[in-house]
Design a protein around this ligand. Structure first.
Ligand code: PLP
Length: 428
């Protein structure tokens, strides 16, 4: 999927009025480029279409998809909530002056230090993953005597048909506690009820990522509303908030079926209204946590090509100057990306290659079996839809430098500068 600002003039790719080959030259490659208009459009769609007369709605940006200090400012300015998953996330959010009351703190193994920071800076919500964590939180909060709002992460056991590494709500998942484990639920509720400082507001579930099937969400909604009603009645608790998590799929490949944000939101809202109204539920606020759907399609990565190497076995490899260090997803999930040559957009595609990186791993493949035009040294390769889980999962394997990230709107903003060789030595 190409960002909305991408177009071709005379065989050359442009993002809005910037020629991609020029951006590659100015900011060096590899380079992450984000289309601001695409990001703002996705945010607007969530804000407009995830709305109901029957309950309040909150869009929480899942920052794990892409997070820099500067980007947190854009999310704050758009009025979204944001999640955080570590002390590092909390710290960067703080440095960005992100309003802490709009932070939702996640994680399946939060340390005392992380909980302490979150409480001291008054995060909006802590999503408690398990009983062990809740006990730690209760001890801490009882000492600090500060009120904290929590949601408990539960696992509704829904198979959302995604890759097994990104399925999170099956019974063997490491995340949350099962809604079917009554004993564990009782223990969790007892800890909450015993502390005057813990305000249990409701439950959270996240059923996976890159989900294209609205049915999975409809099932999640039915199960979660029913479950939350049941707990609320059993323990005579007011539980006003339900958080459905994120996972809304995007189109990585043209033939991939995809459901647009407005349509997906319309289905969610309808299912929620039916479930909440017909069961006379006390749920008054519903949260969702999109990450990929906000930043994924907006991002592209630019690489410099060097050569096509043809092996003795007649396999062609196009070598590029990045790889699994800036995009781990093909190696991790067998993710498939589309690509083009920025300076040869209309040229015929005549050679079958694997586009591979420069890391010491045979699995360092950015795209397998793809047709490309004839290549000259320093041609610029574009890989599409890399806005989510690329920069945020990037590494320094083989001491490669992390690329710069630029946000292209009317003007260009550097969201993260390119690392330098000195950066590689800063910890030693
Ligand atoms: C709890 C939670 N919420 C939201 C998300 C965001 O998912 P996505 O980027 O697929 O929307 C994730 C992703 O792993 C998650 O674990």
């Amino acid at each position: 999927m190409k960002p909305i600002g991408l177009h071709t003039i005379n065989n050359e790719a442009y993002l809005h009025h910037y020629r991609l080959a020029d951006l590659a030259q100015t900011y060096q490659t590899p380079l992450y480029v984000m289309d601001e208009a695409q990001i703002r459009k996705a945010i607007q769609e969530f804000k407009i279409y995830f709305k109901s007369e029957a309950f309040d709605t909150t869009v929480v940006y899942a920052s794990k998809a892409f997070f820099t200090k500067e980007f947190a400012r854009l999310i704050a300015e758009e009025g979204l909530y944001m999640d955080a998953v570590s002390l590092g996330d909390l710290y960067v959010a703080q440095q960005a002056h992100f309003p802490f009351e709009r932070l939702v703190f996640h994680g399946n193994n939060k340390s005392i230090e992380e909980l302490d920071f979150a409480i001291s800076h008054q995060v909006g919500y802590i999503v408690v993953d398990n009983l062990y964590e809740l006990n730690h939180l209760a001890q801490l909060i009882n000492r600090k005597q500060k009120k904290i709002s929590i949601l408990i992460r539960v696992n509704p056991g829904i198979d959302a048909h995604t890759h097994e590494y990104i399925q999170t709500a099956q019974f063997t998942s490491k995340f949350g506690e099962s809604i079917f484990d009554e004993h564990q639920m009782k223990s969790l509720l007892e800890v909450c009820l015993a502390s005057p400082w813990i305000e249990l507001k409701g439950f959270h579930a996240h059923i996976g990522s890159q989900i294209h099937e609205p049915d999975a969400y409809v099932e999640e909604i039915k199960k979660m509303v029913e479950f939350q009603n049941h707990i609320s009645r059993q323990y005579q608790l007011d539980l006003p908030i339900l958080n459905l998590g994120g996972g809304f799929g995007i189109q990585y490949q043209q033939e991939e079926k995809n459901i647009a944000i407005p349509e997906m939101m319309r289905i969610l809202i309808q299912a929620l209204e039916v479930a909440i109204q017909t069961t006379h539920s006390a749920i008054r606020q519903v949260m969702i946590e999109p990450g990929r759907a906000i930043v994924g399609p907006a991002g592209i990565t630019l690489y410099k090509a060097s050569q096509i190497k043809t092996t003795f076995g007649q396999k062609n490899y196009l070598f590029i100057d990045g790889g699994m260090t800036d995009n781990i997803r093909p190696a991790l999930y067998h993710a498939v990306y589309e690509c083009d040559i920025a300076n040869k957009m209309t040229q015929p595609k005549e050679i079958l290659v694997d586009i591979v990186g420069k890391c010491c791993e045979s699995g360092d493949i950015i795209r397998k079996d793809v047709m490309i035009p004839r290549i000259d040294e320093n041609d610029i390769v574009i890989v599409y839809a890399t806005g989510a889980y690329n920069y945020s999962m990037s590494s320094n394997y083989n001491h490669l430098l992390k690329p710069a990230v630029i946000l292209v709107g009317e003007e260009i903003r550097v969201l993260s500068r390119r690392e330098t060789l000195d950066d590689l030595c800063k910890l030693f």
